[in-house]
Design a protein around this ligand. Sequence first.
Ligand SMILES: [Zn+2]
Ligand SMILES: [Zn+2]
Length: 257
Amino acid sequence: MVTNLSFTTAVIFLALAMFLRYLFFSGSAYFIFWKKLKDKFAQRKLNFAPFQKNQIKKEILYSFNTTIVYGLVLGALLNKNVVSHTKVYFDVSERGWGYFFLSLVIIFVFHDMYFYLSHRLLHTPFLYRKVHSVHHSTLSPDPWTSYSFHFAEALSLVLFMPLLIMAIPVNFWALNIFGVGTFLFNVVGHLGYEIMPKNYMKFGLHNFMNTATHHSLHHKYPNSNYSLYFNYLDRLFKTNHRKYSTELSNMLKKEVL
Ligand SMILES: [Zn+2]
Ligand SMILES: [Zn+2]
């Protein structure tokens, strides 16, 4: 059973698994969009700011640090003496599949709120200067930017996990799905290409779900576009960048060749 692993083994196992996951997903996205299909998606490239020399090397190093911080926190939570004090359960039948899927929705909604709030705090002058500037040192995101954080920011992000599992009952596998889902969304947000279909705005989906254009603009104009998955908090607090709709609309008009 995973909860029987020693703290050191759990940390090494988790940090390594998350770093390999980062290499696999970010590497695949980079290979597909930045190499293989770059001509096909040439018009959809998000060039709001210049790409820097040594950018990718710096991002991979910071991302490695992030996986260690995540491994330390999640490794501590995985211990059977710790996990037994949380609301994590292992057998889906304990609460049924209905609750399993409902809890996934709840997790993403809670995480979205947590991210928006912590992201606004990270943009206060002191925290921005000391911590969040690491992530923003990338002006034009690429898939490798997705875990490029100062260790204190990585810690603030992963602290969502203990808060969540103390607050509501969650199945162990729902947590794993959330972990992969949030990382994939993060990679898409930092893709550096807009991949949404051309009629995305016609159905008003941009008011619901964020895009790579949304987060690329955040890297160019750091005082706007703070939200993660959903756009409603940026609309509610009027923090969407004024150019967002226009930029997205212009981008979606461009053909994928
Ligand atoms: Zn970012
Ligand atoms: Zn930011």
